[in-house]
Ligand binder design. Structure first.
Ligand code: HSE
Length: 405
């Protein structure tokens, strides 16, 4: 029998308990041993809960108990979760987590700590919720040089953008509705400003390069400036607008960023709508592969945590390989990246836009709209675009969008 502790009895933690209970036979069979939840750590009491007698408030009880071999950290944050994780790993207890903030901030340190104590730090649930993506990156795609990872990694923003696209609603209205339905937090900043997706692409970029991609160095732009009119142009172009988190090899360096992008109708990520997530991976031998599913929510996320518990149970005393060194990855400034851009210009600025962006510029008009026009630039570097676009100050409407593909 393998005894485990769950830290945090909130949405994901209670999901972990539910998955282990509901899929008991499968979980035990696949672990090769019976898995028993011995402790649930939480500050609160849970009177009437079937697991009420397992609830403890003091982590030191878990730490001191030699029977505990695996700990599920579903607390979130980088405070107590960081301390408890370090202590558990130092005591040779494997840790399975859904905590992307902690993994992005301290991944290499915690992996090294696990390795030094013959246990594991696994984080399948930290990116894409229930979608298997960490394990494919770590095991299935090991023969590949990963050239690019492009993901829709945040369900909240994808839900908002999908609603704006299909219902023609504006950002504020959709956000309010998403909050009322519980799809967006009361304070939605981490999602809508792209910080959540930034942590997730930092983790994937680190696994892609084998070096540490510091999330604080990733260019991050959220969706708050996307307007319903942008979707009218997107429709006219057969495109969609998605918050993409991407990481690519460019000039033998890595470019990582989070930003709203226009993507073509033929792009595999185009059909990823609502709260769903997807990760599109380009390898140099396999070519393209895509991983799609529920990127958030109690049971999908808990399922990924429990898959890590099973992996730990199967490998007690063995360290599972994860190539993520503390050495900093060589990041290329996004200024050097070349792509097409879309922006909206007032009618009186059109002549100047034509002059600035020259041949190869495409113009897009909306039926019945005379006061502005959409422009698609030729392929141009970020720096060059910013320079020319800046000269149109006062003559543009809304915010420019990058075009992927
Ligand atoms: N807030 C996140 C999302 C939850 O909307 O995708 C999962 O990390």
């Amino acid at each position: 029998m393998i005894k485990i502790a769950v830290l945090g009895y909130g949405t994901v933690g209670s999901g972990v308990v539910e998955v282990i209970e509901k899929n008991k036979d499968i979980v035990n069979k696949k672990s090769g041993e019976e898995i028993e939840i011995k402790y649930i750590l939480d500050l609160r009491e849970f009177p009437g809960d079937p697991y009420e007698d397992k609830v403890v408030h003091d982590f030191s009880r878990i730490l001191a108990d030699d029977e505990i071999q695996i700990v599920c950290e579903t607390m979130g944050g980088v405070g107590a979760a960081y301390e408890f994780t370090k202590q558990a790993l130092s005591a040779g207890k494997s840790v399975c987590t859904s905590n992307k903030e902690l993994v992005a901030a301290h991944g290499p340190e915690l992996l090294a700590l696990a390795k030094g104590h013959a246990c594991n730090y696994l984080f399948e649930a930290s990116v894409g919720g229930g979608i298997p993506i960490i394990r494919p990156m770590n095991y299935s795609l090991t023969a590949e040089r990963i050239e690019a990872v492009t993901g829709i990694l945040n369900g909240t923003t994808n839900y908002i953008l999908s609603k704006m696209e299909y219902e023609g609603a504006d950002y504020d209205t959709v956000l309010k509705e998403a909050q009322e339905k519980g799809y967006a937090e009361r304070n939605p900043e981490a999602d809508v400003e792209g910080h959540d997706a930034c942590r997730k692409i930092a983790i994937l970029s680190s696994l892609m390069t084998g070096k540490n991609v510091d999330y604080r160095k990733i260019y991050t732009e959220g969706i708050t400036k996307v307007e319903s009119r942008d979707f009218e142009y997107a429709k006219q172009l057969g495109m969609s607008i998605k918050l993409l988190a991407l990481s690519k090899e460019v000039e033998n360096k890595t470019v990582a960023m989070v930003s709203p992008f226009l993507i073509d109708g033929a792009h595999p990520l185009h059909m990823v709508n609502g709260v769903f997530n997807a990760v599109f991976v380009r390898g140099n031998m396999l070519g393209d592969s895509m991983y799609y599913g529920k990127g958030a929510g109690k049971l999908p996320t808990a399922s990924a945590v429990v898959s890590d518990v099973i992996d730990c149970a199967r490998h007690i005393g063995k360290v599972l390989m994860c190539f993520w060194d503390a050495e900093e990855a060589d990041l290329l400034s996004i200024d050097r990246v070349q792509r097409k851009f879309f922006f909206r210009v007032k009618a009186e600025g059109l002549a100047m836009a034509r002059e600035l962006f020259g041949q190869g510029l495409e113009e897009v008009s909306l039926p019945g709209v005379k006061e502005e026009c959409g422009i698609i630039t030729p392929v141009i570097s970020e720096a060059d675009f910013a320079d020319r676009y800046g000269k149109l100050e006062g003559l543009v409407v809304g915010r420019r969008l990058r075009i992927e593909g």
